[in-house]
Design a protein around this ligand. Structure first.
Ligand code: MRU
Length: 364
């Protein structure tokens, strides 16, 4: 890997200080930097469900921290209810969103820690759970940096020298992780060596691109241009995009990639016009127990989120006439055949993905 020196971000979407868990409320961005506190597993699950905290790696971290605050609370109340409170927390948190595998993976780690500490006093068990949750966060922070380096190395080999324009969809940045981001991590590392301009798809209907990626990148000094999702294909066709880099919520064993709805269309346009389509994600997003994309649960969100727009400040504006239905699958699956590379913290997988992903998972 090329050593490009320190790469960082000014964006940190969560904190745990003096036993208090707080998240930057992503529903309020970009107009307001408002923090919300989650004092229980139920409050953390509600924040995840409402997209106040979002992005596959970050919801894994958030869920683990949700277990921690619940364990602290239950330990303070005494031994008898501790095991039951933990069990309820695992169940609530794991059910908060279905598609990102980082969430059940983080809860599985917390369950193993809880099981291994059986017999210890509740206070000791709570502190072991905190250690494990902080380990999950630290692994993600370090992993983002490695993903960035591997991804930038891959792009250096695949795109023309000189200024580069990278298109991304949704937000796979610092706001979605405990580090510099996955897709945006690649962009940040690439930008250490050459001029990089970013096209951010708006990402309807929650506007992760417009509200979050544009905010995060402009705050960190990047040249970012917003694109309506419906313009992505023609802009890719026009030759103005050097490569597309996106994140993922779950990657099946065969390399099919679930990511924010709209990603599949971007991948199709890339293949039609010979533009590299790269997925950047930690190995915690790879789910070898799901054979292909058809087995990935796709979150269906309320059609109301399509029919209306929530304005910063609280007002809701209805966009469609009354009585109209809306269908909102929050994710789609890009077939492995359209993916040029899957960049993880352990290295870059290329087709055939079944072998390559298994080999990366076996690397420890
Ligand atoms: O619904 P969201 O905003 O949680 O969806 C997020 C995405 O689709 C991201 O691209 C993905 O989680 C990767 S984040 C590093």
């Amino acid at each position: 890997m090329t050593d490009r020196g320190p790469i960082s971000t000014s964006v940190v979407p969560w904190e745990y200080r003096d036993g208090r868990l707080r998240f930057l409320d992503q529903r309020a961005l970009p107009s307001e930097e408002r923090w919300i506190e989650c004092a229980t597993a139920a409050e953390t699950a509600a924040a995840i469900r409402a997209l106040a905290v979002r992005g596959a790696p970050l919801i894994g971290v958030a869920a683990a921290m949700g277990v921690v605050v619940e364990a602290n609370r239950a330990a303070a109340e005494g031994e008898p209810g501790f095991a039951g409170a933990l069990e309820a927390a695992f169940g609530l948190l794991v059910a908060s969103r279905p598609t990102a595998v980082n969430l059940p993976a983080a809860i599985a780690r917390m369950r193993r820690t809880a099981a291994a500490s059986l017999g210890s006093p509740a206070g000791k068990r709570a502190s072991l759970l905190l250690e494990e949750a902080l380990r999950i966060a630290e692994e993600d922070r370090a992993g983002c940096l490695s993903i960035g380096r591997h991804g930038a190395d891959f792009l250096e080999r695949r795109i023309a020298p000189g200024p580069a324009t990278i298109l991304t969809h949704c937000n796979a940045g610092a706001l979605a992780t405990a580090g510099i981001g996955t897709a945006l991590g690649v962009i940040r590392v690439l930008a250490a060596d050459r001029e990089v301009r970013v096209f951010a798809d708006e990402t309807r209907p929650f506007w992760q691109g417009a509200r979050l990626t544009a905010w995060e990148l402009s705050r960190d000094g990047f040249d970012v241009t917003l694109l309506p999702d419906v313009a992505a294909a023609s802009v890719i066709a026009s030759g103005r995009v050097s490569a597309v880099v996106v994140g993922a919520d779950r990657i099946a064993a065969n390399g099919d990639v679930a990511n924010k709805v709209g990603t599949y269309g971007v991948a199709l346009a890339c293949r039609a016009h010979g533009v590299p389509f790269v997925v950047a994600a930690p190995t915690s997003t790879v789910d070898l127990s799901t054979a292909s994309g058809s087995g990935i649960p796709i979150e269906m969100r309320s059609g109301d989120e399509v029919l209306s727009i929530d304005l910063p400040g609280g007002a809701t504006v209805r966009m469609a006439p009354a009585g109209i239905a809306a269908l909102y699958p929050a994710f789609d699956v890009t077939p492995a055949a359209l993916v040029d590379a899957i960049v993880t913290e352990r290295g870059t997988a290329v087709a055939p993905y079944a072998e390559a992903l298994r080999a990366l998972q076996d690397l420890r």
